[in-house]
Design a protein around this ligand. Structure first.
Ligand code: ATP
Ligand code: MG
Length: 358
């Protein structure tokens, strides 16, 4: 069965990954508790992927024997991109062939131009048979998954262009990224693009409820709504938070307050108070309130997001809102770059103060 595979360098990447994945699945039976729920409830087949109908339809056609185009998945985190392609590949090839036919490289692997020239190109050049060891037919191509492709350098992306065309007889590429604008145009034009939407509240709620049932958790209706609310369409975040909340409450019921506490959301009252000081208070008061917020350990980015929502929905004029949100963008960038949280918040709030007093 190995006859058509000439490369062994390829195998080592996968071998390393398989070691971790197989040991975790073998251990899953014995110590179910040790597995993070996001992994435990990762869709095993394409049908289990929720809310992404277009891509599921295309993949199902190719499972039925149709050809598969090169794919480009993009969208926010935790919406099922990685899970979808892994599930599809598993269904296409079965667990045995999967290792030989699929090369998965993500941001944790070196993916500079050198790797594209050697590893990807070599893997793409291998030819493959059209049947599985168990006799079932399988597609006569391999799949190269480039996860988190937006972190690939531009020269590495450029090096992919010709490989993608030349090896189209034997290889399909699946590029996955959060920000499609970071993928160079020649690559996007070679792929069928699929946008993964943030999951609808209703769908998230159903998923969470089914997990609660399987894990035999006690929960209140409000706590599930709160989970959906704070995770903003990111199912991974919702499931992770649910697991933390379950650990925290042990045998007691999961409550809305514990969810909010774990999610690190600033209580709406605190945000209100901050805004009141901006609108009516003095600069000295503002300094004190912001110092308290930072000392309480709330993340500045979280405060920024909540302030943003409050300002956008608030009573200020359009002109004031636009000035404030522009400043928010700058502050957001500075925070990402590691600037001081206290100073950034102070600078933003003093601008809000200035604007609202005009
Ligand atoms: N559409 C979905 N259907 C079912 N489960 C989902 C879906 N989206 C996310 N999940 C859950 O969230 C987890 C993470 O999903 P996945 O790794 O596919 O996200 P992703 O889109 O690749 O995110 P990232 O951009 O951060 O890599 C999965 O293990 C699964 O439990
Ligand atoms: Mg992913």
């Amino acid at each position: 069965m190995q006859a058509f595979l000439k490369g062994s360098a390829v195998q080592s990447v996968r071998a390393q990954k398989d070691k971790t994945s197989s040991s975790s699945s073998a251990g899953a039976e014995r110590k179910t508790r040790a597995v993070p729920w996001v992994e435990k409830y990762r869709p095993k087949c394409v049908d289990e992927v929720a809310f992404q109908e277009e891509v599921v339809a295309v993949l199902k056609k190719s499972l039925d024997g149709a050809d598969l185009p090169n794919l480009l998945f993009y969208g926010p985190p935790g919406t099922g991109k990685t899970s979808t392609i892994l599930a599809a590949a598993r269904e296409l090839y079965g667990p045995q062939l999967f290792r030989q036919r699929v090369l998965e490289l993500n941001a944790s692997d070196e993916r500079g131009i050198q790797v594209v020239r050697e590893k990807v190109k070599n893997f793409a050049q291998l030819t493959v048979a059209g049947s599985r060891p168990d006799g079932k037919p399988c597609p006569p191509f391999k799949i190269i998954i480039l996860d988190e492709a937006d972190s690939m350098t531009a020269p590495a992306q450029a090096a992919l262009r010709r490989t993608m065309e030349k090896e189209s007889r034997t290889t399909r590429f699946c590029l996955i990224c959060n920000y499609i604008s970071r993928i160079i145009e020649p690559l996007t034009s070679r792929c069928s693009k699929f946008r993964f939407k943030p999951l609808a509240n209703q769908i998230q709620e159903e998923r969470l409820l089914s997990i609660c049932e399987k894990e035999e958790l006690k929960y209140s209706r409000e706590s599930i709504s709160a989970l959906v609310q704070v995770s903003e369409g990111d199912l991974r975040k919702a499931i992770t938070l649910l697991q933390s909340a379950a650990r925290l409450s042990m045998d007691r019921e999961i409550t809305e307050t514990s969810v909010i506490e774990i999610a690190g959301v600033v209580p709406p009252k605190t945000i209100d108070k901050l805004l009141q000081v901006c609108f009516r208070g003095t600069f000295e008061k503002l300094e004190v309130v912001i110092r308290e917020l930072v000392d309480d350990g709330y993340a500045a980015t979280q405060i920024l997001t909540q302030l943003h929502d409050a300002i956008v929905e608030g009573h200020l004029s359009d002109k004031q809102k636009s000035a404030i949100t522009e400043k928010m963008a700058v502050v957001g960038k500075c925070l990402l770059d590691g600037a001081d949280e206290y100073l950034q918040l102070l600078s933003l709030c003093s601008l809000i103060m200035h604007q609202s007093n005009n």
